[in-house]
Design a protein around this ligand. Structure first.
Ligand code: NAP
Length: 299
């Protein structure tokens, strides 16, 4: 059997088009333009690339993009002064501080400074708490994207056995909460889990978010299961000396022969992350204006 390949790129393009459509309607019917502010402290090259992708994607869906690039030696006081200004700016509906920040700044304190209603990365304690208690949270973008991909695979997720490998605040925990919210029976596995292959073999839905290249082998996958590969590792390219390539946590060549459906790396989960950031900004904008968030774009 060869699994269906879940085309995250195509799914993300459809999601962005849906967001763009809603943005047009918001402008026409309510005179409101969603705005996303991205704060970058320092000159980390990878972060600069992410921020420029986010800026481009934001503008493409018709939203306003506010970029704030601060020098690496920016004090916490100055960073917080900017966040406070963005918190009260009515044209800004989403705020994202690109991590990592330089060592003298604290990520937790930075996230805590952002108004939870504008925390479109879904990282704040308030949003994590709302998610785990069934409230109207802004949900961390990558798990939200995975949930959307999964919902598109199944008529219902109810009663499915789901295993999430990884328990980070950024991904594993919110992913597990989302699956629980859709009535899956959820197991969270991690580095201390005993007999991980056996635990994985129980899963109708297997989500791997570890960061260890090709750790999940084909014989860890239940025949017909849906496999979502979140992990990203950069390894030397086998055919191009001096170049690297991205691979996931799942041994794709083996798993594709056993699974019912599987996301590739790259081109699976990755493209959903920015699309969900835009969806979250739209959701935050609707809520700020007393409007319902568009169906299907939130958890
Ligand atoms: P993280 O904070 O490093 O968490 C990794 C998790 O994997 C931890 O819970 C850890 O368990 C667990 N783990 C480590 N070794 C293990 C092992 N041998 N067996 C089972 N579990 C093990 O990473 P993260 O931020 O969640 O990200 C995970 C991966 O997803 C990374 O590769 C990251 O680049 C990728 N990612 C991709 C996207 C995207 O847009 N595609 C977004 C976010 C993350 P302990 O808690 O016990 O240490």
């Amino acid at each position: 059997m060869s699994a269906t390949i879940i085309d995250g790129k195509a799914f993300a393009a459809r999601l962005r088009a849906q967001v763009a459509d809603h943005v047009q309607r918001l402008k026409a019917e309510h005179g409101v333009t969603p705005g996303l502010a991205v704060v970058l402290v320092g000159e980390d090259p990878a972060s600069e690339v992410y921020v420029s992708h986010k800026h481009k994607a934001t503008v493409e869906v018709g939203m306003t993009s506010f970029e704030h690039k601060l020098p690496a030696d920016t004090s916490e006081e100055d960073l917080f002064a900017l966040i406070d200004k963005l918190n009260t700016d009515p044209n800004v509906h989403g705020i994202l501080c690109q991590f990592p920040v330089p060592d003298h700044l604290d990520e937790r304190r930075t996230v805590a400074r952002i108004d939870p209603a504008k925390d479109v990365d879904g990282l704040s304690v308030t949003n994590a708490g709302l998610l785990s208690t069934g409230g109207e949270a802004l949900v961390s973008c990558t798990p939200l994207g995975c949930l959307m991909l999964l919902r598109a695979q199944f008529e219902s997720l109810s009663g499915k056995d789901a295993v999430v490998i990884g328990r980070s605040n950024l991904f594993g925990k919110p992913m597990a909460q989302l699956l629980l919210g859709d009535n899956c029976t959820v197991t969270i596995a991690h580095s201390r889990t005993k007999d991980l292959p056996e635990v994985c073999r129980r899963a109708d839905i297997l989500v791997a978010a570890v960061g260890r290249a090709e750790m999940v082998r084909g014989d860890w996958v239940k025949p017909g299961a849906t496999v979502i590969d979140v992990g990203i590792s950069r390894v030397p390219h086998p055919d191009k000396p001096g170049k690297t390539k991205l691979i996931g946590d799942v041994n794709f060549a083996e798993a594709v022969e056993v699974a019912g459906a599987i996301t590739p790396v790259p081109g699976g989960v990755g493209p959903m992350t920015i699309a969900c950031l835009l969806a979250n900004t739209l959701t935050a904008c609707c809520r700020a204006n007393g409007l319902d968030a568009p169906q299907g774009l939130t958890a």
